[in-house]
Write a protein that binds this ligand. Structure first.
Ligand code: ADP
Ligand code: MG
Length: 768
């Protein structure tokens, strides 16, 4: 309420201020009006002054016409004229006197001279007189004119004087009228017309003046009207502002009343509140008293409760103390328990550890044993193994009886193969026979173990033997979609090397060579045409090496593919007929795996030789001539030499004729010692190839069936047939060539036992 009161007072003050402002404005308006009326009076005054000016102008005009001065001038001229006339008379008289004097002759010259002078003077005077006379006449004329003009002017002056008097009178009258009119303008505007009418009658000039006055009057009237309007507006404004002021005043009064009322109300409210407060205080007080009483009662109850609780507290304290004691003892107890548990655990761990160590030791021993057994088994299986692979009948075989299948297999024994030759069935037993449907993958599975032993540092040779078109290249190289042993072996090597990478550092490098007509060429070299020599290592280790043979380090399948491609290109560019050429030459891929055991520093070197041999088919003795014959001879020689070497190795002869051919000489260290050799004999099943197939199989069986042991070695030495001799079938050579042993404890012959198992049993016996 106070705030609203203050607000109202503020408003009041503001309204008063506003009122003052409005009053000031009103005063200013009144002043304006006053000045306006003054201005109007001033205008009237100026009008009067103009009237006066007009009167003056009239008088000036009248004086300009003036007559008195001219009259005087004329009089003066007349007088002058008279005076000049008299002077002239006097001059004439003088002149006459002089003439008379001249007529009397003078005796002395002084008189004469004086006379002349005088005469001259006379003439001069006469001339002067003449001039004077002309001037006089002129003046007379002028005087005449002036007199005329004067008369005229006098006449006009009289008229104008009369007019002026009239005008003057009229104007004064008019002025008076005007004044009256102006005075009575406000009250009686209608009179103006009347006055105008009265004035109108007076004269033309007066009419004009009246007109002017009328227009001026009208203008003034308009002005007055305008002023009046302004005045009215002002009055209205004044009225309205007065009204507003009155309103405001009323409002103020109202507000004041309101204020008073509010104040009263507030006071009332305050009073009421005061009362309320008092009442509330009283109430609260009484309530508090009641509560206090209740609290007191409660307190009394609690006190009694407390008394009863005390014994319980005592027992609790007791319990607590005992618990505390227990807690204090607990860490010690815990420590002890922990110690014992730890000891137990330690003991258990120790036991487990010991057991573990023991187990590890045993495991190692077993591992060694297993390796030994494995080696023994491999050794027993023979370091030289012979597989047979029969390719499927292809389109090239044509159709008809020529392309009929001549090869059958034993369903139970995968090492036996039957060939129908000239109506007779001949059976052969090898280490394993792959039927036509055997995939590259299956073939490789059997070869895998050989390849991996290369990583352990063994030298491995894999030969593909057989007539041209029997599938040697297919087995070794394969097709892009179905790669052969070459690529698979390298892939396997890579993965093996990767799995051993934790302990071993391996490098794999590849060389490719070709032996044609007993000369060695580097297929990866820059100059493939160059013939390479095989030399003995100068370090006296007895090892062989080929100076200049290119070696590429490979790390991925991509690298191998590049190397193969390169070798292929070299081989292709160097010969005109690749098929022909490839069937007449041996292709070698030599993979060297060098390993370093990082922990022991042990170094190993393993060599994997993958050899795609030249076609083993016999060139007819009759037809072949020249280079063809030479080729055939070379091939025969090298294949025979290979057979000799393998035979010598397998029968463990003291002398192995490695030097008989470039091929065996090059592969010497990969064929001897701990090396492992696989002969893959490829045959065609077609009817037309049966005689070559027979030869190949005989070669295979002969290589395989060589008996082991010191006695058989000697015995076999003479029995090995040359490649030439293979052409003449001699019947089953194995049974025949298995010579009787010199010492008693050799095996029974292979003919009596199923070849493979018998030979294994024999080996077991010999190795104890
Ligand atoms: P080689 O190298 O002994 O002269 P190839 O390897 O060139 O004989 O094989 C001659 C043909 O027979 C090729 O077209 C080859 O694809 C095909 N061939 C050989 N062996 C198989 C086989 N196991 N499966 C399918 N086709 C084969
Ligand atoms: Mg081939």
């Amino acid at each position: 309420v106070m705030a609203s009161m203050a607000h109202l007072q503020e408003e009041k003050l503001r309204l008063q201020e506003e009122l003052l402002g409005l009053q000031e404005k009103l005063a200013a308006r009144e002043n304006d009006e006053l000045s306006h009326s003054l201005q109007l009076q001033g205008q009237v005054e100026t009008l009067k002054a103009k009237l006066l000016e007009q009167a003056q102008e009239i008088s000036r005009l009248r004086s300009e016409l003036g007559g008195t001065d001219t009259e005087k001038h004329r009089d003066l001229l007349v007088a002058e004229n008279e005076r000049l006339r008299q002077e002239m008379k006097a001059c004439e008289g003088e002149l006459r006197e002089l003439r008379r004097q001249q007529q009397v002759p003078c005796q002395d010259c002084a008189h004469l001279q004086e006379n002349a002078e005088l005469q001259e003077r006379v003439s001069q005077l006469q001339r002067e007189a003449e001039e004077m006379r002309a001037k006089l006449s002129e003046l007379e004329l002028e005087v005449q004119q002036k007199t005329n003009r004067l008369a005229e002017v006098e006449l006009r002056l009289k008229d104008s004087l009369a007019e002026r008097a009239e005008e003057e009178e009229r104007l004064s009258r008019r002025l008076r009228d005007s004044q009256e009119t102006i005075a009575s303008l406000k009250s009686q505007p209608q009179q103006i017309k009347y006055i105008i009418k009265t004035v109108e009658v007076e004269s033309a000039k007066a009419k004009q003046a009246l007109c002017e006055s009328q227009s001026r009057n009208q203008y003034l009237q308009e002005q007055v009207g305008m002023q009046r309007q302004v005045l009215k507006e002002m009055e209205q404004q004044l009225q309205s502002s007065q009204k507003t002021a009155a309103q405001l005043r009323a409002q103020i009064v109202m507000y004041e009343a309101e204020l008073e009322r509010a104040h009263g109300q507030m006071l009332e409210e305050m009073q009421a509140m005061e009362e309320e407060k008092n009442r509330a205080i009283e109430e609260a007080f009484s309530r508090a008293q009641v509560e206090m009483k209740a609290v007191h009662e409660n307190l009394a109850g609690v006190r009694t409760n407390l008394l009863t609780l005390q014994p319980a507290l005592r027992t609790l304290t007791h319990d607590y103390n005992s618990l505390k004691r227990q807690v204090r003892d607990f860490p010690l107890l815990l420590q002890e328990t922990l110690r014992s548990a730890r000891a137990e655990i330690g003991q258990a761990i120790e036991e487990v550890h010991n057991t573990n160590r023991e187990l590890l030791r045993k495991y190692r021993r077993e591992l060694q044993l297993r390796k030994k057994c494995h080696n023994e088994l491999v050794r027993l299986k023979g370091n030289i193994r012979v597989f047979g692979r029969v390719r499927p009948i292809t389109k090239e075989d044509g159709d008809g009886p020529e392309a009929a299948n001549a090869v059958t297999f034993d369903a139970d024994d995968d090492a036996v193969l039957h060939l129908l030759h000239k109506g007779k069935q001949v059976s052969f037993e090898l280490d394993k026979v792959f039927p036509p449907q055997a995939s590259q993958e299956e073939v490789f599975q059997e070869v895998q173990a050989l390849v991996t032993s290369c990583i352990d540092g063994y030298n491995v040779c894999i030969f593909a033997y057989g007539q041209t078109g029997a599938g040697k290249t297919y087995t070794m190289e394969g097709t892009a979609a179905n790669p052969g042993i070459n690529q698979r072996a390298l892939q396997l090597l890579f993965s093996e090397v990767r799995s051993k990478a934790a302990d071993w550092d391996y490098t794999i490098s590849v060389s490719a060579a070709e032996i044609y007509n007993e000369s060695l060429r580097d297929l990866l070299g820059k100059e493939p045409q160059e013939k390479l020599e095989i030399k003995l290592c100068p370090d006296g280790s007895g090892q062989l090496y080929v100076p200049g043979l290119t070696e590429f380090r490979v790390q991925s399948v991509e690298d191998i593919n590049k190397v193969f491609e390169f070798g292929h290109v070299n081989r292709v560019t160097e010969c005109t007929n690749l098929n022909e050429h490839s069937s007449r030459s041996h292709a070698l891929l030599i993979v060297t795996v060098r390993g370093l055991d990082r922990s022991t520093g042990l170094r190993t070197t393993g060599k994997l030789n993958l050899v795609d041999l030249a076609g083993s088919e016999r060139v007819g003795r009759s037809g072949a001539e020249g280079s063809r014959l030479r080729e055939a001879q070379h091939i025969n020689k090298s294949l025979s030499a290979l057979g000799d070497v393998i035979y010598a190795l397998r029968s463990r002869q003291g002398h192995v004729p490695f030097r008989n051919s470039k091929l065996t000489y090059l592969l010497q260290d990969s064929l001897s010692g701990d090396s492992k050799t696989l002969m893959m004999v490829q045959v065609s099943p077609a009817e037309k190839n049966t005689s070559e197939t027979l030869c190949s199989l005989k070669f295979a069986e002969r290589v395989r069936s060589v008996e082991l042991g010191p006695v058989s070695r000697k015995a076999e030495l003479a029995a090995w047939p040359s490649q030439e001799q293979l052409e003449v079938p001699k019947g089953p050579p194995s049974s025949g060539t298995a010579a009787p042993s010199g010492r008693g404890h050799t095996s029974s012959s292979p003919g009596q036992l199923s070849g493979r198992s018998a030979s294994i049993r024999r080996k077991l016996q010999t190795s104890g």
